[in-house]
Each structure stands twice: as C-alpha cells, then as structure tokens.
Design a protein. Structure first.
Length: 202
C-alpha cells in the first residue's frame, strides 16, 4: 500500500550554467547545467557570444538567430544553423579561442523541470568557454557563376572562407569537365569581406 506524502517541498532552486564548449568543426554549442533542464523551454535566441567578458561598444558579439536543441538533460547540445555558424566563423574577434569566447544570456534562456528559470549571466560578466574546438574541415567549392558583362566571377563555398587568401592565379576555367581547352586566370580583385560567397572582379 502506497503512503501519502506528509510534506512536499517543490524545487525552487534555479539552474545555473556550469560550463560550455563551442565546436566550430561540427557546428555545436554544448552547455552543461547544474541540473536537468527542460529542452522544450530552451530559447536559442537568448544566447550571445561576445569577444570579451565585459561588453562595450568596441566588443564584437554575436546573437544566435536559430538552431535546434537536444532532449531534456543536464547537458544541452545546440546545433547551430548554417547561417549562424558561418557568421561566427566570419567574425575573427569572437569564437576563435577560449580567450575571446564568452557567453551571456537572460533568465529566459531555459527552465528546469520544475519551471524555475535559469540564473542569468550578464553581458558585463560573461562566462568564458571551457573549450573552443577549431574548424578542421576544409571548405568545398559548391558552384560558381561568371558574368561576362560585369566581368565578375562568383564562387560559392560550403562555409565561410578567408577572402584575402584566395589565389586567383590558381583558378582555371574550361569549356567542359574533361576539356583540354583551359584558361588560367592571371589576376583579379577579390572582395575584402570573409563570406561563403566570394566575388572576384576580373
């Protein structure tokens, strides 16, 4: 026979962030909490990565615009959108090392299983990453277009690339996949901004 509880004290202690890891190789942000949190309450839009512990007008920062999360647990994995991941890679002043990777968020980031909202982390005392895993996956050229009127070659890559490192002289155009009729570009002006789409003015 089951016994009725004589005294019940609900969980009133809010969860806290224990640590987190930014992985630029697989596009995830893994957050560890002090207790199990409710994944369905997780609001990715509350997450901010900033380049310094104290946010100022000179600080580079990034606000997440989307992403999916794992199931209820004390460890939540945020799978970043391709757009967000590419933007973080483009911003060289944040998310490249532990020293320039700090997270902040409001108390509306996530609830525990009892409905308590998390203790917020202010952008004036942001939390440094426990680890930042570098992107070790090489980019892939997905496609290109050539506008002969504007003399602009547009290259589309699988991820953000460093525009200044593009060597135009290594680009070869040919009239078919296996053709020996080839033309090697001798020069061109590449855009300055890092992006997954790079334009070269010929």
């Amino acid at each position: 026979m089951a016994l009725e509880v004589s005294t019940f004290t609900p969980d009133a202690v809010p969860p806290t962030l224990s640590s987190y890891v930014l992985n630029l190789a697989d596009g995830t942000l893994t957050l560890s909490f002090s207790e199990v949190v409710n994944a369905s309450s997780f609001n990715v839009l509350m997450l901010v990565l900033q380049g310094t512990q104290t946010l100022s007008n000179a600080t580079t920062f990034f606000k997440f615009t989307g992403g999916s999360v794992s199931t209820n647990s004390h460890v939540i994995v945020v799978n970043m959108t391709t757009t967000d991941l590419n933007e973080i890679k483009r911003l060289r002043e944040v998310g490249t090392a532990m020293a320039n990777t700090f997270v902040s968020f409001s108390d509306y980031l996530v609830q525990d299983m009892a409905g308590n909202w998390i203790v917020p982390i202010s952008n004036q005392s942001a939390r440094m990453a426990e680890n930042v895993i570098a992107d070790t996956i090489p980019p892939v050229l997905l496609g290109f277009s050539l506008d002969m009127n504007l003399t602009v070659l547009t290259l589309s890559f699988s991820e953000t690339v460093s525009a200044p490192t593009l060597l135009v002289s290594l680009l070869i155009l040919q009239d078919s996949a296996n053709s020996s009729n080839r033309f090697t570009l001798s020069s061109g002006t590449t855009q300055l901004d890092n992006s997954s789409v790079i334009k070269v003015t010929l």
